[in-house]
Design a protein around this ligand. Structure first.
Ligand code: CP
Ligand code: NVA
Length: 310
């Protein structure tokens, strides 16, 4: 049987995404009641890039599942240096039940996953942040009782990993996804096409816009992210001037539905992509969203282990 991984949002079907989110809600309600990693079995979590939430939520979550997390900052190892990632993956997969990897190019995830019989999970790549989207969708479900037919507006750097994951995972969840960013920061057309294809099955929709107000108009969810993702600090692009019209502030949020919630995957650059007033305001659910990383990832690990061991 081919090993099931979670390298991109659409490595689950819409039905499977729903199953994982239902399990996440159940695990949140009964936080210490599921121990599929009892033994303990180990899960290796590799970081090519920095992290706070992902690192701690995986480490705590694996422990809560009865398992042993092995956190590896790859700078201090031979991981992919002096041997291929594919070979490293084959070695590590003899030790652990699953591998989690935060890295740069998506091809590194594909290489790690090639030929291994344990699931590999994308903990953020240049292209996608699918674990974050599971947490975001769980948060939206908690607030609105569902996702289908709701409008999600993402404004800011529409070319980054969060924009791509909102497009695909949002379409999978039957949402109307609108993304808006300045010229030169549009999403990958292949991702938009894939999201549109998914939306056609789920009853959702996908729009790429330039005007942030048009994107936010009547939206139930307003989401943003940093204008400078990890690895882009020195890319020579002006990552402030063109973005100011996309700042999530009181004026922009006023165009959304009155009961709209505000999401930010964090870390936030207060005063840039989001104002203090909105971040700390009554519509912001960013800390519930951050907490939901834990529950969503525990459910994802549990689901992936079960499906691969069937
Ligand atoms: N949202 C998120 O992935 O945060 P970290 O970079 O702190 O893991
Ligand atoms: N787009 C951001 C997300 C951080 C969680 C980055 O890649 O740095």
């Amino acid at each position: 049987m081919t090993t099931r991984h979670f390298l991109r949002d659409d490595d689950l079907t819409p039905q499977e995404q729903d199953d994982v989110l239902n399990l996440a809600a159940e695990m949140k309600a009964n936080r210490f009641g599921h121990t599929p990693l009892a033994g303990p079995r180990s899960v290796a979590v590799f970081f090519d890039k920095a992290s706070l939430r992902t690192r701690l939520s995986f480490e705590a979550g694996i422990a809560e599942l009865g398992g042993q997390p092995i956190i590896v900052d790859t700078q201090n190892t031979h991981f992919g240096r002096g041997e291929t990632l594919a070979d490293a993956g084959k070695v590590v997969s003899r030790y652990v039940a699953a591998m989690v990897f935060r890295t740069h190019g998506d091809e590194r995830l594909a290489e790690l996953a090639s030929g291994v019989k344990v699931p590999v999970i994308n903990a953020l790549s240049d292209g996608y942040h699918p674990c974050q989207l599971l947490a975001d969708l769980l948060t939206i479900r908690e607030r609105f009782g569902g996702t289908s037919g709701r409008t999600l507006a993402y404004v800011g750097d529409a070319a980054n990993n969060m924009a791509h994951s909102y497009l695909i995972a949002g379409a999978m969840a039957g949402m109307n996804v609108r993304v808006a960013g300045p010229s030169g920061f549009d999403p990958d057309p292949a991702v938009v096409a894939r999201a549109a294809e998914i939306a056609a099955w789920t009853g959702g929709s996908v729009e790429v816009l330039r005007d942030p107000r048009e994107a936010v108009d009547g939206a139930h969810v307003v989401a943003t992210d940093t204008w400078t993702s990890m690895g882009q600090e020195e890319d020579g692009k002006d990552r402030l001037t063109p973005f100011w019209p996309y700042q999530v502030n009181k004026e922009l949020l006023a165009a959304a539905s009155p009961d709209a919630i505000v999401l930010h995957c964090l870390p936030a650059h207060r005063g840039e992509e989001i104002t203090d007033e909105v971040f700390d305001g009554p519509q912001s659910v960013v800390f519930d969203q951050a907490e939901n990383r834990l529950h969503a990832q525990k459910a994802l690990l549990t689901w992936l282990l079960a499906v691969n061991e069937r």
